[in-house]
Design a protein around this ligand. Sequence first.
Ligand code: ATP
Length: 237
Amino acid sequence: MKSLFPVKVKEVEVQRRGKRLLGPVDLTLESNGLTIVIGPNGAGKTTLLRMLHGLERVRRGSLHWACDEETARREQAFVFQTPVLLRRTVLQNIAYPLTIRGVPRAEALAHARDWATRVGLGEVAGVQAPRISGGEKQKLALARALIVSPAVLFLDEPCSSLDGAATKDIEAVLRDARSAGTRIIMSTHDLGQAQRLADEVIFMVKGRIREHREAKQFFSAPETAEARAFLRGDIVE
Ligand SMILES: Nc1ncnc2c1ncn2[C@@H]1O[C@H](COP(=O)(O)OP(=O)(O)OP(=O)(O)O)[C@@H](O)[C@H]1O
């Protein structure tokens, strides 16, 4: 399969009801590393991820993956901050992306069972998905995204309402996915999580990318005054 990377974003703007939510943004993402998007509330982190995933209408500028559009679309998965679950069992939810791709039911469920165990949902595999806890729902969403081995995985604050144990489990699954070759791009409010996971950081303020750098450099010597203030814990507007 042809690589999706580099993906090139040139002067992209996203607007809603005449208000600019994002941009203009220039960004090139290479094929390696885990990218963490950080910045104050309302900085445009979610909109950036949605734009890259093709969920936002790009009003100005261009977005190009290195492959054809159909491959790019097929090879991406997105884990939303509040996962949408089917009113079925945990196992059936995890198997769903395979069943809609025509994988035989027994095979899809066997694969889903494997994923349920990997993300720590083995015990609740037969429970109706709406009844599981918030942390378990995020694990389900992650397993359901990873079961198709996407080339790219977007996650929008996947641990925002989770306790330490669930966060630790999810970070372990993400590290494994990265080692297995999935290119991860995720937003977080949690600076500790950003430091634990990031290979590179995108720092946003007011719909613009202010820094895009290797994580160690960003955290040890941020270039902009806004990033320095943000890392100190000051309010950045
Ligand atoms: N559906 C919408 N209609 C109008 N404005 C919106 C909509 N969704 C988001 N916005 C605005 O767009 C801007 C960027 O929002 P976005 O959710 O991308 O930021 P964020 O950095 O992810 O924020 P947070 O950290 O609070 O999740 C914000 O000013 C937000 O109020």
